[in-house]
Design a protein. Structure first.
Length: 103
């Protein structure tokens, strides 16, 4: 019988970080940190003098995101990881294009 959504399963449980019912504190922290690094790095590309922030935070977020994706357990963690990795990659590219890793 194919898997069907039970009444207790809804769309909200698919977006939760612990959608499997178990706690994953290390994986959750890594996924959230990747997302935040990517977001801050991407937003800092819009400010002229912050190219070094976007380059360094983007590099950190990209590397951390790759490891976090490797150890992730749930779909919610993977979604945050991919968003953070892409934002970090774009931030690194724009940061390097606007001045690089040095202030």
């Amino acid at each position: 019988m194919p898997h069907t959504l039970q009444p207790s399963e809804d769309k909200r449980s698919m977006l939760a970080l612990n959608s499997d019912g178990r706690a994953h504190p290390r994986e959750n922290i890594l996924a959230i940190a990747t997302f935040v690094c990517g977001l801050v790095a991407f937003v800092s590309t819009f400010f002229g003098g912050a190219h070094f922030v976007s380059a360094w935070l983007g590099t950190l977020g990209f590397g951390m995101g790759l490891y976090s994706q490797y150890v992730s357990v749930t779909t919610g963690e993977r979604v945050l990881n991919i968003i953070g990795i892409v934002a970090s990659f774009v931030a690194v590219a724009l940061g390097i294009a606007r001045g690089g890793f040095l202030p």
